[in-house]
Design a protein around this ligand. Structure first.
Ligand code: URA
Length: 241
C-alpha cells in the first residue's frame, strides 16, 4: 500500500494532515526518513512518526509474564538477569515493558512491541488500578488506611499521591490498590510509617489478573478478550483505587 493511503486509513489523520506529515520529514519507513507519498508500506514495514510507532513491522505482541523476584524489569542489564531473558520469542528484543516492577517484586508484568498501547496503559489518566499484595516487617496499623486514602506528599516529585485503597489481611499483610505508578511507590508509602516492605507481589492491572496457571518465570500471550478489557474505559471499580 502507498504511504499516503496507509496514513489516511488511520482514523487520526485527515487528508490535509497526511500531506503536512509527508512534507515534514517526520515519517520513517523501515528506519529511513521519507517524504514520498508513493513509498510502499508492506505488512512487515515498520512505520514511525517521530518516536511513535504507527506500524511495528511484526505482528503486535502482548504478553503477560509472572515476574519472579530477583530479575530486573529492563531489556538488558550488565549485572542481573532481566525479564527479557525469560522470553523465548524470535522478536523478543522488540518487546518493552508496560509498567515496571522492582528487582525483588513479583507478579503481573506486561510486555509488548506496541508503543501506543503501552503508553495508553501506563499514563496516569488511564486510572487503571494496580493491585499489590504486601508483606511488611512491622504490623500494619488501621490508621494507614486513612493516610493512604488521603494521599501522601512525595517531596521529590512535589506531589500528593492519588487516593489508594488499603485492605488489611493479617497483622503484617495487606492488599493495596493504586491508580498510579510512582517510583518505588508502595515501599515509599509504607516507608512513611518506617515500615519496611519485605515482599511485594502485583496481582492485577485493571481488569486483568495474573493467570494463576503461570508459574513464576512463565508467560503467555494475552487473549483477545483480555486485550479488549484493558482498552475499555475504567469503570467505577477502577477509579476507586
Ligand atoms: N511499588 C514499589 O515500591 N515497587 C514495585 O515494584 C511496584 C510498586
Amino acid at each position: 500500500m502507498r504511504l499516503d493511503r496507509f496514513l489516511s486509513n488511520l482514523p487520526r489523520f485527515n487528508r490535509q494532515q497526511v500531506r503536512t506529515l509527508l512534507a515534514s520529514g517526520r515519517l520513517r519507513v523501515d528506519g529511513n526518513v521519507t517524504r514520498d507519498p508513493h513509498h510502499k508500506v508492506r505488512i512487515f514495514s515498520r512505520v514511525e512518526l517521530d518516536e511513535e510507532t504507527l506500524q511495528t513491522g511484526h505482528a503486535a505482541r502482548y504478553l503477560m509474564l509472572h515476574k519472579p523476584p530477583g530479575c530486573v524489569s529492563a531489556t538488558d542489564d550488565p549485572e542481573h538477569p532481566t525479564v527479557l531473558d525469560l522470553i523465548d520469542e524470535p522478536a523478543r528484543h522488540e518487546l518493552h515493558i508496560a509498567g515496571r516492577l522492582d528487582f525483588n517484586t513479583s507478579g503481573l508484568l506486561l510486555l509488548t512491541n506496541d508503543g501506543q498501547w503501552s503508553r495508553r496503559l501506563t499514563q496516569p489518566a488511564s486510572k487503571l488500578a494496580k493491585v499489590y499484595l504486601v508483606e511488611t516487617e512491622q504490623p500494619i496499623e488501621a490508621h494507614y488506611i486513612d493516610t493512604f486514602r488521603q494521599g501522601l506528599y512525595f517531596a521529590f516529585e512535589n506531589l500528593t499521591t492519588q487516593p489508594a485503597e488499603l485492605t488489611l489481611l493479617g497483622p503484617r499483610t495487606a492488599r493495596l490498590s493504586l491508580v498510579e505508578g510512582r517510583y518505588h511507590q508502595v515501599k515509599r508509602m509504607f516507608g512513611h510509617f518506617q515500615n519496611k516492605v519485605l515482599r511485594l507481589h502485583r496481582e492485577s492491572i485493571g481488569p486483568l489478573p495474573l493467570d494463576r496457571q503461570l508459574a513464576p518465570g512463565a508467560y503467555r500471550a494475552l487473549t483477545a478478550p483480555e486485550l479488549l478489557s484493558l482498552s475499555e474505559p475504567a469503570g467505577p471499580e477502577q477509579e476507586k483505587g
